[in-house]
Design a protein around this ligand. Structure first.
Ligand SMILES: Nc1ncnc2c1ncn2[C@@H]1O[C@H](COP(=O)(O)OP(=O)(O)OP(=O)(O)O)[C@@H](O)[C@H]1O
Ligand SMILES: [Mg+2]
Length: 257
């Protein structure tokens, strides 16, 4: 078992406002986590810290046992794949899919450097694994939201990162596309990647996720074993909404009254 992430008393302050407060979190390679919380609870900020993309205002962050501030952040980021809406919105929409994926090697938004044969081979493997080889010559901006999401997942995999971080990957997807993206994420976990997955919907918590963290107003209100966390009272309190929780074949569903 390998230590993946450790946060000690991490806080984030912006414009005098505390966005994350005293976050303590530990994740090892036997774990996959879901993070749940209402809009504005600080989930995306937390992911930016976990992925080494943001330094906390106070506290200690260790990723793969290495403390941020004492390691080469560019090397570290290669071991972490991060998929969020941000890149989907910001990426030049005229770029070919294959170049969107190649750009992951250079952490750039656009392709400005030469791609080696080794990189090309790697990307073919990824395209086949995610079953999107047929999309490789399409224009990124012409793809559906679900197809774009899979392309960005492909881009995040170019360095075969151990840890994959997803910020609401099923946002704005119809049911079939959602299933498709979740299926790809399941395959990645089965292949040996560990994931952290932010969502508002418990039905997106794939069975391989074994731990859940509840975030409310920048604080962890509870975290730990998924089975204990998928409790109606806890979830109703977290999301300020009344519903039941149903479990079926390892998946959870909201039951609205
Ligand atoms: N520069 C800033 N100054 C002050 N507050 C900020 C700043 N940037 C973001 N915030 C606030 O930080 C809080 C947490 O934002 P974050 O994006 O992490 O929330 P979230 O849980 O991901 O929400 P959502 O579910 O809507 O994606 C929000 O209340 C947001 O308004
Ligand atoms: Mg967010």
């Amino acid at each position: 078992m390998e230590d993946l992430i450790e946060l000690e008393n991490v806080s984030i302050v912006r414009e005098g406002k505390t966005i994350l407060k005293d976050i303590n979190f530990k994740m090892d390679s036997s774990e996959n986590w879901a993070i749940i919380g209402r809009n504005g609870s600080g989930k995306s900020f937390l992911l930016r810290i976990l992925s080494g993309n943001l330094f906390p205002s106070t506290g200690i962050v260790k990723i793969f046992g290495k403390q941020l501030g004492f390691v080469n952040i560019w090397d570290l980021r290669k071991e972490i794949g991060f998929v969020s809406d941000h890149l989907q919105r910001e990426y030049d929409r005229e770029t070919r899919v294959i170049n969107v994926i190649y750009s992951g090697f250079f952490a750039s938004n656009g392709l400005y450097q030469d791609v080696t044969d080794e990189m090309k081979e790697k990307v073919v493997d990824i395209l086949e694994f995610l079953e999107i080889f047929h999309l490789r010559d399409r224009v990124f901006g012409h793809l559906s939201s679900g197809e774009q999401k899979k392309v960005l997942i492909a881009r995040s995999l170019v360095f075969s990162p151990k840890l994959l971080i997803f910020d609401e990957p099923c946002n704005n997807l119809d049911l079939a596309s959602k299933e498709d993206v979740l299926h790809s994420i399941q395959k990645l976990v089965q292949k040996g990647h560990n994931i952290v997955f932010v969502t508002h919907h418990i039905e997106e918590i794939i069975p391989q996720i074994n731990n859940v963290l509840f975030l409310k107003e920048g604080k962890i209100i509870k975290s730990g074993d998924k089975v204990k966390m998928m409790n109606k009272k806890l979830l109703n309190n977290l999301l300020s909404y009344k519903f039941g929780v149903v479990k079926k074949n390892g998946w959870y569903y909201f039951k609205h009254f």
